[in-house]
Design a protein around this ligand. Structure first.
Ligand code: PLP
Length: 392
């Protein structure tokens, strides 16, 4: 006997993983340089050199029992203090170290927050397009997942649609900016209007509707402002990750921040820590907590992503592809010629061009490109994009 929904999740690979595996198999046949794989969101710039230096120094200078030992369940106070200081300096915030919970990346942090907010019949409203894993995370946590229809073609937040969907069952609204898959950054104006709407509705329902801000791409912007949401709406829980900002997705390190000003702050923080505990997700990797303490002020060198972004965006729009404004992350979200993104993806596969249909992101009719690839791949892929387009 085994759990049926866990089985279904384990047995069925995501469409992105399928494409990635397909790309590997094709690479073995036609050579890796002839496969244009834009499927997986894996950073293509290395971690800043100071990160490796910090690892070497910590291993050389620190008692191994401390480096490899358990930390406090919610994370070392030193690391939490460094993160808190950094945010206060950058945003003029007034965070305190005790309000941070160090986690193993945004994915388990989100599941802990979802579980902490899961009350019977409780709803999670998520703006489409969205990271597909939110759906199983929410469902397994016991929250009802309610996608907000996409705001085509700008991909901001559809406040009118959200307002119509809100009810006393609303526990939280999930915001992901810079956005995967659209690459769009929500403007301060959009976020301020969202905050006002949720304030009004929270008052009306007599309980807070939290914002859950999923921020693995916060530092990946090319000029656009990414406001610190707790300063706009205090009932915001931040899930942050160093997977993309420091190119450390395999090291599993990030944090949850629950602002002191949030309603039921103490209880909510305890519920998140408790939910994480119930999943055995405590004591984030000790070595990486120490690295973050030293490297918290580092920002990624975005030149390579920016160069790819410009080349791909300009190349595709010149050909006639339509795409959302890619101000952040490392994705382009493109309208599928012919209107059927799955059919476009299949057609592109015949040219060894791998793109992810938007259906899994809650936005059919568009496909996602991850441009965290080499510049050479971008340049050589453009004639292939043209060839696929010419088939329409
Ligand atoms: N949220 C979004 C929007 C993502 O794109 C990803 C990973 O791609 C995650 C969360 C999970 O990130 P992590 O590696 O920190 O678990």
């Amino acid at each position: 006997m085994y759990n049926a929904s866990a089985y279904a999740l384990g047995a069925n690979r995501s469409c992105i993983r399928d494409l990635f595996e397909y790309g590997r198999a094709r690479a073995a046949v036609v050579g890796p340089e002839n496969v244009f794989d834009f499927s997986l969101g894996n950073p293509s710039i290395p971690a800043p050199p100071q990160v490796n230096e910090a690892v070497r120094e910590i291993l050389a200078d620190t008692n191994p029992l401390l480096v490899h030992g358990y930390t406090s369940a919610v994370g070392d106070l030193e690391a939490r203090a460094a993160i808190s200081r950094d945010l206060n300096e950058r945003y003029g915030a007034s965070t305190v170290p005790e309000d941070f919970f160090l986690g193993c990346g945004a994915a388990p942090e989100l599941t802990a927050v979802f579980r902490a907010l899961a009350v019977p019949g409780g709803e999670l409203l998520v703006q489409a397009p969205y990271f597909p894993e939110y759906l199983p995370f929410a469902r397994e946590a016991g929250l009802i997942f309610r996608p907000i229809p996409a705001d085509v073609p700008d991909f901001q937040i559809r406040l009118d649609a959200l307002e119509a969907m809100l009810s006393p069952a609303a526990q939280a609204v999930l915001v992901n900016s810079p956005n995967n898959p659209s690459g769009v950054v929500y403007t301060r104006q959009t976020l301020t209007a969202l905050g006002k709407l949720l304030e009004r509705k929270s008052r009306e329902y007599g309980h807070p509707i939290y914002i859950i801000s999923d921020e693995p791409y916060r530092e990946l912007t090319y000029g656009a402002e990414v406001p610190f949401l707790p300063l706009i709406y205090p009932n915001t829980v931040v899930c942050y990750s160093y997977s993309k900002s420091l190119s450390l997705p395999g090291e599993r390190i990030g944090y949850v921040y629950v602002p002191r000003q949030a309603e039921d702050h103490r209880e909510l923080y305890a519920a998140i820590a408790g939910a994480a505990r119930s999943m055995g997700h405590v004591c984030a990797p000790s070595l990486w907590q120490k690295v973050i303490t030293r490297c918290v002020g580092l920002r990624p060198d975005l030149d390579a992503y920016d160069r790819n972004r410009r080349k791909l965006y300009e190349g595709l729009t010149e050909m006639g592809y339509e795409t959302a404004r890619p101000d952040g992350a490392f994705y382009l979200f493109v309208k599928a010629p012919g209107g059927d993104a799955a059919a476009f993806s299949e057609r592109a596969k015949k040219h060894d061009l791998l793109v992810v249909p938007g259906d899994g992101f809650g936005c059919p009719g568009y496909f996602r490109l991850c441009y965290a690839v080499s510049y050479d791949t971008i340049c050589r892929s453009l004639p292939v994009f043209r060839a696929v387009l010419e088939e329409y």
